[in-house]
Ligand binder design. Sequence first.
Ligand code: BYC
Length: 324
Amino acid sequence: MDTELQAHFEATVARDQRIEPRDWMPEGYRKTLVRQIAQHAHSEIIGMQPEGEWITRAPSLRRKAILFAKVQDEAGHGLYLYSAAETLGADRADLTERLIEGRQKYSSIFNYPTLSFADVGVIGWFVDGAAICNQVPLCRSSYGPYARAMVRICKEESFHQRQGYELLMTMMRGTDAQREMVQDAVNRWWWPSLMMFGPPDHDSPNSAQSMAWKIKRHSNDELRQRFVDMTVPQAEKLGVTLPDPELRWNEERGHHDFGTPDWSELKRVISGDGPCNAQRTERRRKAHEDGAWVREAALAHAAKRAAKADHAEQAAHARKETVA
Ligand code: BYC
């Protein structure tokens, strides 16, 4: 029986059809998806913090409204993704616990500080741009609920990227001090953005299996290259320099060559020792605790409604019996 199910699963993946929650799937496939989707969901929620810090300090009402909407979108992305993880039998409360206790990861990029308002623009341009490169192929991921969540998320990420780039265009048309702020933010976020795509392929333990299962459709290095190729002309148009002396067009490859990110930095940040890891996790823990009363109130309300409905049903039943 198991071999039949396994063969059906493999044939479905090979035909580029979707695996759905009720379908049989290998335990490793389910575990890998829960790991990746949970990390992804955590990244969206923790990712609200770096930009969220600028909501009260946005330089105009327009910028505040845009930033508010963007940060709120990230919360929505987190919720779609937790829901996708729940279709695999994961429990959202448990996933949150694991995040707070440091037993599950979130993207390294959100462990860097946002020092000026230009960082908001650069996050939109680089981080949401990297997210688009990484996530558009995930719309074709073999697991149905993940792929479908990605379609909606990618539409919003594309708005996020544009708002970041438009913000930077505006700053670049401003004063010298504003242009310096943009360049400084570009210098600080470039390398961490390249690290978002994960370790190099030769050091990526999960890639081969995830690609065989078509959870991931491209390798970490392929997507990193795509991001560099996409971003270089945008940087030229904006008038900023990307901080990599090795960056140049390679006619033969038809791609840009670029320097090697500091992989030891990525390892450090992933293992909890980045500039803001402790602060990000602590704030998430506090927000979760502060929200306990909302969860309790919602559960109490749901229980009350269920009891009321039960009571009404019993009363109706009793009336019917009396009439009879
Ligand atoms: N940061 O074998 P590998 C957003 C871990 S949020 C931290 O290559 P895999 C946004 C990796 O998990 C979008 N950890 O792994 C939100 C693995 O550890 P475990 C975030 C990383 O899974 C707010 C180990 O290193 N995007 O856009 O095949 C505002 C070995 O790596 C990182 C996603 O989550 C990292 N950068 O590939 C603005 C995309 N890189 O689990 C914007 C979905 C690697 O074995 N995720 N690790 O202990 C993916 O596409 C893949 O999981 C990755 C890694 C490409 C990230």
